[in-house]
Write a protein that binds this ligand. Sequence first.
Ligand SMILES: CC(C)(COP(=O)(O)OP(=O)(O)OC[C@H]1O[C@@H](n2cnc3c(N)ncnc32)[C@H](O)[C@@H]1OP(=O)(O)O)[C@@H](O)C(=O)NCCC(=O)NCCS
Length: 392
Amino acid sequence: MEECRPILNTGLRGFSVATTKISDVDGAAGKLSYRGYLAKDLAGVAEFEEVIFLLLYERLPEKKELSELKSRLAENMHVPEVIVEALKSSPKDALPMDILQSAVTMLAHHDPDIKEHSREAAMRMAIRLIAKMPTIVAAWGRIRNDRSPVQPSPELNQAANFLYMLKGEKPDDEITGFFNTCLVLHAEHSFNASTFSARQVASTRAHIYAAIAAAVGSLSGALHGGANTRVMQMLLEIGSVDKVEGYIEQVLSTGGKIMGLGHAVYQTDDPRARILAPMSRRLGERTGDPTWYELSRHLEEKGKEAFKRKKGKEIYANVDFYSASLYYYMGIPIDLFTPVFAVARVVGWAAHVIEEQFGGAASKPVLYRPDAEYIGDYCGPDECSFIPLDKR
Ligand SMILES: CC(C)(COP(=O)(O)OP(=O)(O)OC[C@H]1O[C@@H](n2cnc3c(N)ncnc32)[C@H](O)[C@@H]1OP(=O)(O)O)[C@@H](O)C(=O)NCCC(=O)NCCS
């Protein structure tokens, strides 16, 4: 009999747990591709809606298909009034990712396909979720400040619509284009923590809302999507370029982490960071306040040098590093950075849920069910004997 190889305390790094056709992350080469297309080739040229089509339907859309998808998204952007009312009655200081997670679950109550387990129903539900999540995040951004939500505008694309619903003003073409590129770059990233959460829930045949609510919870963590918010908090805390080296020294000497640096898969530049950085530089110039871009650039350079010196190895900026200053320049509130990430990543999550449930990966058992090695030693090698409460 083949002996089982122990896979202990690795956090599953380096182990493939399933096959996928959705995306590929080549950590050594620093390459990310969606359905065969390099993300760097899509960035700046593809509309987010084209990427939604690509990830869900496995090919780029033709003109008519793209326009049909846009109409379907526009038809589905509105959020049921009871959910808006629930947001209004939530504490104003509730964490935005918690609000989003609850709202995703509430959306399930209103979806006519919720009891149908079929690929077609899952596709329809995916479109509804992709359309409604930006509306929820933007609405919460206003409701918590005692402002009325702004209704989505059917003639705007996803990128412009989100910023319009958040701020009440239509963004110009440059900002729309940059935000569109951010959405494209955040749309998918293979089996990261939140996607794996979604797939694991989907593997039980739970519906797509349950899987995506789990993914939202996973993304909220500081080491995952929550890092972009923390990058900006870190930049504000550092405050100026002359304090960068002191900050790095203090963090590295106390075993802390420089947020936005390091990645579980990339061993070279994260290709997304290299596309986001010049956009941050441009918005620094445009707003007349280059501080946050300059600080990031300096922190990246000095952080890399210090890491190499102390740990003897390389570290690189990840996707969250420059998206932080970029979103800040766009006027997005810092604690909405991670929900904005979710607004893009829901596309990848949805594609993965559908692949997990209907992709027909023949070699994988239906459910994910790993083992763990029990190391409890409460009563030596034997089981403990139960002692009734009055005898303990
Ligand atoms: C993303 C991350 C969890 C990937 O981690 P990983 O590849 O599993 O590597 P580990 O967390 O095991 O770290 C390996 C070593 O590098 C150090 N390290 C990793 N990222 C670091 C960072 N950003 N700052 C300082 N030290 C870092 C760890 O402390 C660890 O040191 P040790 O070997 O002395 O214990 C990690 O780089 C991190 O926490 N980065 C900051 C948070 C972040 O930006 N997250 C967004 C990811 S897209």
